[in-house]
Design a protein around this ligand. Structure first.
Ligand SMILES: [Fe+2]
Length: 602
């Protein structure tokens, strides 16, 4: 298929006809008007390799949407010209509908419905043999109860999506289901129905306190610790499919039905929290996890669980002050011998602790950025969880690490460093329907070098500055969700890093995927087709191939034109050269997911 911006491919769906060429032209105009990194790059003849993904033929869903759908052709001249079609459900509150009209990517935030296993259509290409298996994704299935918005994206109720792919038959099927946590069950009991009925949900308020969202009525918050939404990732460990979130214990999911099987407590000594980014050692299957201690204790513990699910060791995380503190520690970087943690100065001040713990105030909103403190770095030995280094390093904010490796007595950690301020980022997370994204909300890929013997630290952009000493935006645009091949992860320096990115179009939300070559310092960017918004990629290596980038990038995307999701499979070696290896149109809506995993068919 020709990928020209001016092609006249049309998409049809239920009688609506969308001129992709017109949208592409509008999109081009938008880019010219918007001062962004890519535009500046083009003007300076430093344009990186960028291609736009071809528009996809929109396949009709295999089953009816879960609710009545109202489609609107929006007036030209609005900010959303780039994707001049908005799909709003009949039951969507007016304020939410307006938010989606203003920025169609927000339609990808809309609530999911429980969806039984249903056939999904492979609309182009073939599913590679290596993808025979199940792609699991986890995310917030809803961040609003009717017209009541949760107070943070991360408070959304956990929802697990599974896409099962059969490479031989070139077929797929999919299902999605809410994790029936204690909080979800209580909300359903209050609302009635199956818990996903738009008319009933939230009609009597928020039943249970979340980390950021207070329950309706003060008495429902007092003395209650924030509940676990179980919404962040899927980990397969010790034969169990686990929905994980740092807000509590992992929850086992039945892979056949996606039914909730209950919390899995590998051992009583583990902390209350169980990180969604718990690291599995590729050598022996050991799982390293960490989280907040069980109340009333304060601090963070790190645990080591073997491949059979037995807890081998638990140790306390050191803190910069004598007394342990409440801290949010989302990710860590694992190398062959070490775990490296960065605790950013996003602190719970002493004067806010009583309110946050008593339930008088939101726990999450009680955290503040401290200009006085630095980022606390802790390096632990994997062998015995002993402390190698624990020290302050210059302040930065980061949610995700990318990878870590050891080289000539140095420990090197690749991580995403926030360009702007954490307070601004959290404000966006606090109301995603109102969020407007810019370069400052995204990250640069940095590499921290830690001298293992001395603990001395240096830090630099993983992609270099230009000759003028400025960040060379032609080589990297703002990114998040960095991934590398599991073949190199934790073992050696990765040559390639793949990230979600934003080209500064499409209202600032993720609209592209980058392939960064850390050796040549070249970046390739693949802009998604208009109105298609990618979730985090999963890298699945090709069999019988040695090159690091010999593999597939599989990701879910929100397709505005269908108000539904696709699964897109790219050849990572031919990242910008060819059409997707396969595109699978799911007959269901999948709200933006955070993380997941791919389980190859046994
Ligand atoms: Fe994460």
């Amino acid at each position: 298929m020709n990928k020209s911006e001016t092609q006249t491919q049309t998409q049809t769906f239920s009688g609506m006809v969308i001129s992709v060429a017109a949208r592409a032209a509008q999109r081009g105009a938008s880019l010219i008007r918007s001062p962004c990194a890519l535009e500046r790059a083009a003007r300076s003849n430093k344009m990186p390799r960028i291609v736009r993904d071809a528009p996809r033929l929109a396949a009709p869903p295999a089953s009816s949407p879960p609710v009545a759908v109202r489609r609107r052709q929006l007036p030209l001249g609005r900010r959303h010209r780039a994707a001049a079609l908005c799909v709003c459900r009949a039951t969507t509150p007016r304020e939410i509908a307006r938010a989606i009209e203003d920025a169609p990517w927000r339609g990808g935030l809309e609530p999911a419905a429980n969806a039984p296993w249903t056939a999904a259509e492979v609309v182009s290409g073939r599913i590679p043999a290596e993808l025979a298996g199940t792609l699991y994704r986890a995310g917030p299935g809803r961040i609003r109860l009717g017209a009541t918005k949760y107070a943070h994206w991360f408070d959304g109720d956990g929802y697990v999506t599974a896409i099962e792919m059969d490479a031989d038959a070139n077929t797929a099927r999919c299902a999605g289901k809410y994790v029936e946590t204690a909080r979800w069950t209580k909300q359903r009991a209050r609302d009635g129905g199956d818990g996903t009925n738009d008319d009933a949900v939230g009609s009597s308020g928020v039943a249970v306190r979340g980390a950021w969202t207070q329950a309706s009525g003060m008495m429902a918050n007092l003395g209650r610790f924030p509940t676990n939404p179980s919404n962040t990732s899927i980990i397969v460990h010790a034969g169990k499919v686990l929905a994980c979130c740092e807000g509590g214990a992992p929850v086992a999911i039945d892979p056949a039905s996606l039914a909730t099987r209950g919390e899995v407590v590998f051992g009583p000594s583990l902390p209350m929290g169980f990180s969604a980014h718990s690291k599995q050692d590729p050598r022996d299957g050991t799982l390293y996890t960490w989280g907040l201690k069980k109340p009333p204790f304060i601090g963070i513990s790190v645990g080591k669980v073997n491949a059979a699910g037995e807890v081998m060791q638990v140790a306390d995380m050191p803190f910069p002050r004598a007394a342990p503190e409440f801290a949010l520690l989302h990710d860590c970087a694992m190398s062959e011998n070490y775990l490296t943690f960065f605790m950013c100065p996003w602190e719970l001040p002493n004067d806010a602790i009583v309110g946050a713990l008593s339930g008088m105030k939101s726990f999450g909103h009680s955290f503040k950025w401290s200009d006085e403190r630095e980022t606390w770095m802790v390096v632990l030995r994997k062998s015995d969880l002993s402390v190698v280094h624990a020290k302050n390093v210059p302040s930065f904010s980061s949610y995700h690490t990318c990878d870590a490796y050891e080289e000539n007595g140095k420990l090197k950690v690749l991580y995403g460093k926030l360009r702007g301020d954490r307070t601004g980022l959290e404000k966006n997370f606090g109301d995603m329907y109102a969020a407007v994204w810019s370069s400052r909300h995204y990250n640069d890929l940095h590499e921290m070098t830690i001298d293992i013997a001395t603990g001395n630290v240096t830090d630099a952009l993983a992609m270099p500055t230009n000759a003028d000493g400025e960040r060379d935006m032609t080589k990297m645009i703002g990114m998040e969700f960095p991934v590398v091949s599991p073949r190199t992860m934790s073992r050696r320096k990765p040559k390639y890093v793949y990230t979600l990115a934003n080209s500064c179009g499409e209202h600032g939300y993720f609209d592209s995927i980058q392939k960064l070559n850390l050796e040549t310092q070249k970046a390739e960017t693949r802009l998604s087709a208009l109105g298609h918004y990618p979730h985090e990629c999963e890298f699945i290596p090709k069999t019988n191939a040695d090159d690091e980038d010999a593999g597939y990038l599989a990701y879910v995307e929100y397709d505005v034109s269908r108000d539904a999701a696709n699964v897109v499979v790219l050849d990572a070696q031919r990242f910008t050269e060819v059409d997707p290896v396969a595109v699978i149109a799911l007959p269901m809506h999948v709200p933006y997911t955070f993380h997941g995993t791919f389980a190859r068919r046994a």
